[in-house]
Design a protein around this ligand. Structure first.
Ligand SMILES: Nc1ncnc2c1ncn2[C@@H]1O[C@H](COP(=O)(O)OP(=O)(O)O)[C@@H](O)[C@H]1O
Ligand SMILES: [Mg+2]
Length: 354
């Protein structure tokens, strides 16, 4: 049969199309329809119910065929896996041939993004409401007379200040994420000396580590060199990646901050070395670890193993989401290995500048 342009359009459409006669036989199906329902053989002339088992689809087709009214009907189908399909069934009657045409639109991605957005807004509102409620509660108690007692006044103001700091941190992290995702501020790629950068950052964490009885170690991967924390690196040993310095600093700061936060007495060991043409950085701690069931979700926004503990430590639950975003936008990879009670290692790889 000579193909008309319309037939080519229907065949190439990224939307499933199937034409069914009033006996339930398939008159035509396009490749997208067959792919969606994992059908690998020709199906023209075969009953729809012989090739598709989706009960919602079959009963809806039946009801459209048997009802006298010629109104199109729309339903949502749960496909294989997490797939979501929107189906529109349009009855037709032409030259004595009656039946129904089905159009299948894959809306899985739209639904997924919708759900993420919904969760995100709910999470942000909740995260802001908690400290706000505390601030309001303490302020009201002070206004109700509490402020006349100097000790209470100081105590409550300290708490209010802490909650306000948490809200500030949250809003800063949200702005960072949103800027990263919207590409509002493009990454500024320049040669970055990773070892020097890490050494500087670790220096800033020395007090925080010491206060918790944690030993901070930097293994800079230079054979024969005393790295310690105060590392001195000669030109020949520079490890240079092309990257956005401010963002890469954020990655190291967030990982080291977590390692110290979630460790009590022990060691936090940072190492940076070259593996082929990649830079490999490990941030390893001997802390509380992450349960196996939480690991797949640990980089999600607001996902925390223990919300209460994270909040107490001033966390926002956005640090790792930011880290992952930055690493990926530098064409890198990040993953985590952890044993509860033994410790955690975050490892990332970045391409080394040629
Ligand atoms: N080094 C670590 N050891 C144990 N748990 C960790 C470590 N790093 C991250 N986590 C877990 O991952 C969660 C998410 O981390 P992050 O996004 O930085 O949020 P935050 O530190 O603000 O809670 C933390 O709440 C914690 O449960
Ligand atoms: Mg954190």
């Amino acid at each position: 049969m000579k193909q008309t342009l319309l037939e080519i359009v229907v065949r190439e459409m990224q939307q499933g199309t199937v034409i069914i006669d009033d006996k339930g036989n398939i008159l035509y199906s396009n490749p997208f329809f067959r792919k969606t329902f994992a059908i690998h053989q020709p199906i023209d002339g075969i009953k729809l119910s012989d090739v598709v088992s989706d009960q919602v689809l079959l009963t809806t087709v039946d009801s459209v065929l048997s009802s006298g009214n010629r109104q199109p009907k729309e339903v949502t189908l749960q496909g294989t896996g997490n797939q979501v399909l929107e189906l529109r069934l349009v009855p037709f009657s032409r030259n004595g041939l009656n039946g129904v045409i089905g159009f299948f639109h894959d809306v899985t991605e739209e639904k997924r993004v919708e759900a993420i957005k919904r969760d995100f807004v709910a999470n942000v509102s909740h995260e802001l409401r908690t400290p706000l409620a505390s601030i309001k509660g303490y302020a009201e108690t002070l206004l109700d007379g509490g402020m006349n007692d100097q000790a209470v006044l100081k105590n409550f103001l300290t708490i209010i200040d802490r909650h306000a700091n948490r809200m500030t941190a949250l809003i800063e992290d949200l702005l960072t994420l949103s800027m990263l995702e919207s590409h509002q501020i493009p990454l500024k790629f320049e040669p970055v000396d990773i070892r020097g950068m890490i050494a500087n950052i670790i220096h800033g964490f020395e007090k925080q580590a010491k206060d918790k009885g944690i030993e901070l170690v930097f293994e800079c991967g230079i054979r024969g060199a005393e790295c310690g924390i105060k590392v001195s690196i000669s030109n020949g040993d520079l490890l240079i990646v092309m990257g956005d310095k401010v963002r890469l600093e954020q990655v190291i700061v967030n990982l080291v901050d977590n390692a110290i936060k979630y460790t009590n007495n022990g060691t936090v060991r940072i190492s940076a070395k070259r593996i082929d043409n990649m830079l490999q950085v490990d941030v390893q701690d001997t802390g509380i670890g992450i349960p196996e069931k939480d690991i797949p979700r640990i980089f999600e926004r607001f996902y925390r193993v223990d919300k209460g503990r994270s909040r107490e430590l001033g966390g926002t639950g956005l640090g790792l989401a930011i880290v992952k975003h930055i690493i990926q936008s530098h064409n890198g990879k990040i993953w985590v290995n952890s044993n509860v009670g033994k410790g955690t290692t975050f490892r990332f790889l970045l391409p080394i500048a040629s």
